[in-house]
Design a protein around this ligand. Sequence first.
Ligand SMILES: Cc1cc2nc3c(=O)[nH]c(=O)nc-3n(C[C@H](O)[C@H](O)[C@H](O)COP(=O)(O)OP(=O)(O)OC[C@H]3O[C@@H](n4cnc5c(N)ncnc54)[C@H](O)[C@@H]3O)c2cc1C
Length: 411
Amino acid sequence: MSTSAEPQRIVVVGAGECGTHAAMALRDKGFGGSITLIGRESVHAYERPPLSKGALAAEETELVHPWSPEQLAEAGIDLRLGVEVTGIDLAAGTVTTDAGEVPWDRLLLALGSDVRRLELDDVTYLRTHEDAAALRELLRPEGHLLVIGAGFIGLEIAAGARERGMEVTVVEAGPRALGRIVPQEVAEQVVALHAEHGVALRTSTLVTDLRREGGRLRALLSDGDEVVVDAVVAGVGAAPTTALAEAAGLVVDDGIVVDEGLRTSDPRVFAAGDCASFPDARSGGRVRLESWRNAHDQAVTVAASMLGEEQAHAAVPWFWSDQYDQMLSVAGLPGTGERSVLRHRDDGVLLHLGLDAADRLVHAAAVGPGASVAKDIRVAEKLIAAAVPLDPEQLADPGVPLRSILKAATA
Ligand SMILES: Cc1cc2nc3c(=O)[nH]c(=O)nc-3n(C[C@H](O)[C@H](O)[C@H](O)COP(=O)(O)OP(=O)(O)OC[C@H]3O[C@@H](n4cnc5c(N)ncnc54)[C@H](O)[C@@H]3O)c2cc1C
């Protein structure tokens, strides 16, 4: 199957963070053909991160849009909102929508992910701006909120609910909070922050049943206890949106499988953002990232790839979370058997650095006042990208600025 001819018609399915950035990046790169951007939500791309942070405390959701519809129109992007793509015909080179067929000679799938749901009724979830508006209705001062899941989103919702004056209980199935990419020491500091704000966290605990009793909900817990609450929200992870790709015959394995240029198993079809499983050069494995920065970085990589530039996606993964007045930020991915170095700064920042067997930095996580955390993690990202051996003693010493370590390492 030849893909060498310059594409004329590009269709992007998914008008969210990644799809919209990719459409604009195609224009930035000088693509002059048609771009059709199809999204099933009724609103043009908006930032999801504020939905679980500032927006919960605000009286109304004010959506933050990276671009206006007018800017997209000016860029000659044919934006079709409220339109669901229901099928991909690889042989014909079309997508089927509820409003007819759209032909393409390059296709980008930027489908995002869908929240994982529990087999319990009366549970609220958070993915879209509509979910955020519904959740905010439930956050009433003096009420009691049960949060299922002590990951990034669950803990952000817990912080938002406390700021609205609610009593908050968080239950977590795993043995500790933030078990996926945050090292234990940093997670403990985040948990301590929640305890200071009065959040009750119960780990190794499941909700086994939820019963409506009058206007309240009685949650039965796996340890035999019960809590009676006014609302239940779950942040128990997300699954990549892959059904369309799978039905079309594209290779899917915890995400739409792509190569380093974000090409799927059909070289005319690309995938990027939350829905894509891509080869990570640093770890040598496949990863799928649910992260705002990744959606942006991959949008740029995929736009280049779609236009025939040889590009390998190599950005260092980066995540952040805001809880109360603190920031939690992570760069890189935890390795196996890594050596840990802790750096305690005077201003309360705790930085955990994970080194591989050759003392190269592979992972960094920090919690504390936002500006300091952001600065340290920015330097840590560069140290991860540099992939050179570092001195663990210097890294642990807050008297040695990380910037000078970086300067020496990259000289
Ligand atoms: C509440 C919340 C808070 C977050 N906070 C952070 C944070 O603090 N830091 C961070 O790094 N990341 C955060 N994230 C994650 C970040 O927002 C996502 O990683 C990012 O939005 C991914 O972009 P995407 O374009 O891949 O997916 P999305 O932004 O989800 O866009 C995908 C779009 O495709 C549409 N779509 C799917 N299937 C079809 C179809 N068949 N037809 C048409 N349209 C379709 C979807 O409706 C959706 O609009 C948060 C996410 C949420 C939900």
